[in-house]
Ligand binder design. Structure first.
Ligand SMILES: [Zn+2]
Length: 281
């Protein structure tokens, strides 16, 4: 009986992990290209954003993104981070942490801060319902990290109505802005699945779409820090402008220092996401 219980718990854990991962349907490690055709909806009458949040002093934030000239852009066909300028180093990698802030995001933020490694945390609304979790998100933001939108409920956007897609994206932006004082500039759809309509909403919200070029921490053989750190720095997909997908997970949190050090040992600079162009191009 005990054994069966254990199996049930393991199964539930597996299902949970499967539910939260971003693996595209095609199970290679490249960015997914799955996209659904959606008809363009009528103008909606969504309320204007209530800009009542307090402006916090920027002294806590090491990265002052407002005065920076963009040096990079996200290639919208392969999600590579490309230099816009000759003076920008092309041997860069971008760190991103999805499904945050669940259990390990704050610890991961402190690890990255210690290593002076910038990153984007892609956040879900269901993780920031309590005041405690909202404070935690604020802390990550104040440590200087960029907060991206990963939808309110980690929805597969191709399986819900246009109205629901809009709510998944816009309501999360409203909530994040309320907490951090800043509206997200990057959007990553769960499972890498956008629709024409979600792209339109992201554009209306002034967000740049961003999938990823590789990641491994959702595959069972890499749910272990040593193996994960090893593949993240030795994969053939590590090339200039690589866009690394990681998650708020125990083994990833544990592997993080090795991943950062390994990338740097190979000559990769970790790109500051506040240098990525988010203007309407
Ligand atoms: Zn996700």
């Amino acid at each position: 009986m005990k054994h069966r219980k254990l199996i049930m718990i393991s199964l539930s854990l597996m299902l949970f992990l499967l539910g939260c991962q971003d693996r595209p349907d095609q199970s290679n490690n490249h960015a997914p290209t799955v996209e659904n055709e959606e008809t363009i909806a009528d103008e909606d009458d969504r309320e204007e954003i209530n800009d009542s949040t307090e402006v916090d002093s920027s002294e806590d934030s090491e990265i002052d993104d407002k005065d920076k000239e963009p040096l990079y852009q996200v290639n919208q066909s392969n999600w590579v981070i490309e230099p816009l300028d000759e003076k920008a180093d092309s041997k860069v990698a971008l760190l991103t942490i999805d499904d945050a802030p669940d259990e390990y995001a704050l610890e991961m933020a402190y690890t990255l801060k210690e290593l002076e490694a910038p990153a984007i945390f892609f956040v879900n609304g269901h993780f920031i319902q309590s005041e405690e979790k909202q404070d935690l998100l604020k802390e990550i933001h104040e440590l200087g990290f960029i907060i991206g939108n990963h939808t309110y409920n980690h929805a597969n956007l191709s399986e819900i109505s246009e109205q629901e897609q809009e709510a998944e994206i816009v309501e999360l932006n409203d909530l994040i802005e309320e907490i951090t004082g800043e509206r997200p500039k990057f959007f990553r759809a769960p499972f890498g699945v956008n629709t024409d309509y979600s792209k339109e909403i992201a554009a209306q919200e002034g967000m740049v779409l961003m999938n990823w070029t590789y990641g491994y921490d959702w595959e069972s053989e890499y749910m272990e820090p040593e193996a994960l750190a090893d593949i993240m720095i030795n994969t053939e997909y590590l090339t200039e402008g690589a866009n690394l997908l990681m998650h708020d997970r125990a083994w990833t949190a544990e592997a993080l220092t090795k991943i950062v050090e390994g990338l740097r040992e190979q000559g990769y600079e970790l790109v500051d996401p506040s240098l990525i162009d988010v203007s309407d191009r």
